[in-house]
Design a protein around this ligand. Structure first.
Ligand code: HEC
Length: 127
């Protein structure tokens, strides 16, 4: 008895939560493309680059930080990123050693990663 009454009491809440969830879903579909490229890029970056370049883009003992003047767009353009991912990098700026190619990252995924890194750089004042 009391169970059914409780269930009735919770029904409007469940409906409200459902409506909110649906609205949130619709809202997320309406985000501009650029944002979703950056979000996708962040995931791909975390899986493939963060182990060396750092989850916060500040570098690790395995690789250099991207939030660094050396990697501003005018010094390392987007093409340098595509090339690094496709071919790897011979150590030349730092003493971390060579970067191996990351062949499982497609050019499209690379473009998302670049969108993510550029956005983080802009936020850090590296333009
Ligand atoms: C195993 C470690 C490692 C991983 C994983 C790694 N990198 Fe690197 N990366 C390095 C090191 C070390 C350097 C610095 C080479 C040097 O001395 O200039 C570097 C340099 C770079 C450069 C600069 C290239 C240039 O022209 O100087 C770019 C761009 C880059 N990495 C992008 C990436 C991206 C994007 C990913 C993920 C898809 C990634 N790296 C994954 C170690 C790594």
């Amino acid at each position: 008895m009391s169970n059914t009454r409780n269930a009735r009491r919770w029904q409007p809440w469940a409906m409200a939560m459902g409506v909110i969830a649906i609205l949130a879903l619709i809202g997320s579909q309406l985000l501009p493309n650029d944002d979703s490229a950056q979000q996708q890029g962040k995931l791909t970056y975390n899986d493939n680059c963060a182990s060396c370049h750092g989850a916060d883009l500040q570098g690790t003992r395995q690789g250099p930080p991207f939030l660094h003047q050396v990697y501003e767009p005018s010094h390392h353009g987007d093409e340098a990123f595509y090339r690094a991912i496709a071919n790897g990098v011979q150590a030349h700026h730092w003493r971390f050693g060579d970067m191996p190619a990351v062949p499982n990252v497609s050019r499209e995924q690379a473009s998302d990663i670049i969108a993510y890194i550029r956005e983080q750089q802009r936020a850090a004042g590296i333009k």
